[in-house]
Design a protein around this ligand. Structure first.
Ligand code: AMP
Length: 283
């Protein structure tokens, strides 16, 4: 595996690969890699000739008071894991090359970026769409792989790709979970042992919703109440939201209709904020 840090060098490598007819897949990450990230690398490996994993803790997607400084980092371990998973090029740009003095241009997807996660983290998605657009221009991928773990992010990036006519095929890969059901996340290391045990309640509450829908329940409020009870019993310190939305638009629904519904939630254990979601087919 090659490591590239300079933007210009990554662009010329990408240009050279494209000239030779080689297809490029990109997997954008903030590092501290886990099996969720590695599943995206494996997916990209299947789809393209060369896989570029990007590792960049993007300052513009963190709000004031969020965890940018303390976000977990372990570059040596990431290099080993990225390589083992089949990465050909690890692109690790420096923050001051990505955002030099005088940086003024942002990419913003309206509507979708201001609800749910966007309501709790007002500049978050502007940072995400901006850095992803920059990475697309630097890595020049044919295929980009993102995780369903960040369902709203996936919907926003799909929208951006369509709206900006980007010639990139998106793949949204399924959520990889720990054996007890907790969705893998770099932020899980913030949890105390007791919070870690209780955090299985996120997945449990989503399974509760899935069961309820399968048994014919169609009233959002009834299901939400059951989910809240599961979460509060697990001693969460806050439920930021439990939302029932259309998967592509993130419009909230009052009643559960076919063909499917996305249930997304965000909770806090102390200072640690966790998100999870499930897509439930509705017949
Ligand atoms: P992050 O490093 O948190 O920015 O995540 C980088 C990419 O990995 C994003 O596309 C995430 O949606 C994806 N990802 C994170 N956790 C998981 C998981 N548990 N399963 C699948 N994909 C994930």
């Amino acid at each position: 595996m090659e490591t590239v840090t300079l933007i210009g060098e990554m662009q010329s490598r990408a240009e050279e690969l494209r000239r030779r007819g080689t297809t490029i897949g990109v997997v954008p990450t903030m590092g501290y890699l886990h099996d969720g990230h590695l599943s995206l690398v494996a997916q990209a490996r299947k789809e393209t000739d060369v896989v570029v994993t990007t590792l960049f803790v993007n300052p513009t997607q963190f709000g004031p008071g969020e965890d940018f400084e303390r976000y977990p980092r372990d570059t040596e371990r990431d290099k080993r894991l990225a390589s083992q998973a089949g990465t050909d090029i690890l692109f690790m740009p420096a923050a001051d090359e990505m955002y030099p003095a005088g940086f003024k241009t942002y990419v913003f997807t309206e509507g979708l970026s201001t609800v749910l996660e966007g309501a709790f983290r007002p500049s978050h998605f502007r940072g995400v769409t901006t850095v992803v657009m920059k990475l697309f221009h630097i890595v020049k991928p044919h295929v980009a792989v993102f995780g369903q773990k960040d369902a709203q992010q996936a919907a926003i990036i799909s929208r951006m790709v369509k709206d900006m006519n980007l010639d990139i095929r998106l793949i949204i890969a399924p959520i990889v979970r720990e054996s007890d059901g907790l969705a893998m996340s770099s932020r899980n290391v913030y949890l105390s042992p007791e919070e870690r045990k209780n955090a299985v309640a996120l997945f449990r509450s989503l399974r509760f919703a899935e069961d309820a829908v399968r048994k014919g329940e169609r009233a959002v409020e009834t299901i939400r109440r059951g989910m809240e009870e599961i979460l509060w019993n697990a001693r969460v310190s806050a439920v930021d939201y439990i939302a029932f939305v259309r998967p592509e638009t993130f419009e909230e629904v009052e009643k559960i209709d076919p063909p499917n519904i996305l249930v997304a939630l965000a909770v806090r254990f102390g200072k640690t904020r966790l998100i999870d979601n499930i897509v439930i087919p509705v017949s």
